[in-house]
Write a protein that binds this ligand. Sequence first.
Ligand code: NAP
Ligand code: MG
Length: 403
Amino acid sequence: MDKIKMTTPLVEMDGDEMTRILWKMIKDELLLPFIELNTEYYDLGLKHRDETGDQVTIDSANAAKKYGVAVKCATITPNAARMDEYDLKEMYKSPNGTIRAILDGTVFRAPIVVKGIEPMVKTWKKPITIARHAYGDVYKASEMKILGAGKAEIVFTGEDGQEFRELIHEFDGPGIVQGMHNLESSIDSFARSCFNYALETNQDLWFATKDTISKKYDHTFKDIFQDIFDADYKEKFDAAGIEYFYTLIDDAVARVIRSEGGYIWACKNYDGDVMSDMVATAFGSLAMMTSVLVAPDGTTEYEAAHGTVQRHYYKYLNGEETSTNSVATIFAWTGALRKRGKLDGIDELVDFAGKLEEATIETIESGTMTKDLALISKLEHINAVNSEDFIKAIRSLLEKKIR
Ligand code: NAP
Ligand code: MG
């Protein structure tokens, strides 16, 4: 069989610890035998980030912008312990934060659904994708403890010196206040990323806030979404046969629990933080969650939602056997290869991505899986395997599909 050829490079962002080990196994076993892999490689491993003063992270994000598609391995976000462990020059920012700031994107998280791992919500049949707005609100708020009686106000001073005031509360005793903000430009980008991703994945888009109570703040989110939808997306949604639907956040929660899944749920920053952990847990496993960053210009970066699985890495370094789940990282690659194939009109690449996903899911559904899944699977006959044998089992199924 001839290897599949690629025309445009895929931006490859390598990472840290156990996921870096899996990354190489996936390339060697599941990609390089079948594809003439054309990647522009950036090593975001912590050692190399330190050597470059984190410039490599910035370069990789700019490359993603240039070529349009990237695939990223999980990376360490340094903390005090990592400063010592890697003898770092600086406590670098989270690579994901740096990349997101450059691409100005929205993160979409979706579970990979397999038979035997049943969602805790019995009606859920299809994945629910959470889109979380990643700017502002309570995450960039200013807060104050009120020590006693007095008046708290919001004051806005325009560049021309004009002041606008709004009373928060007349305190007659101690209390607390908080001031938060968001930007029309950021909400605009968020909305466009959501509409684009709905079209790309052919799923309905739900959006919810509390605009009945928050008549200016949340209502602005609602209005921006609706204006952009009406102006730029309504016809495209009609043509694709998908729907945009706005409701109140409490109504959305009730509908989500009763639903079958199969849609994108756009959430404000705090709602997305809380709801994505709820949805991930209810679907069964963090190791089965994918994460996609979509920028308003269409640049897309794929990764697994989990971290570098440090505990397993130390076992690996000790020469002990590991059983680390590579599914979300495999799906990061298939997502990126499919997108590259679609953009470049390479049908074989799109087809390959589909077959690798099928081979991965069928391997688990046939009973062969890593330990984390073996613990929660409802299948009768389970063959729990190590990290490497899981990937080899996928390869043998993949070869059958390709021949
Ligand atoms: P983690 O790597 O997600 O792992 C937490 C635990 O979840 C693991 O110890 C393991 O449980 C289980 N787990 C996660 N992924 C798994 C997989 N693929 N297969 C099997 N089990 C899996 O989170 P962490 O240990 O809190 O963070 C480690 C490092 O990752 C940190 O330095 C953090 O900065 C980084 N991180 C990076 C990203 C990213 O790049 N996107 C995201 C989150 C965290 P058991 O130990 O019980 O087996
Ligand atoms: Mg959280």
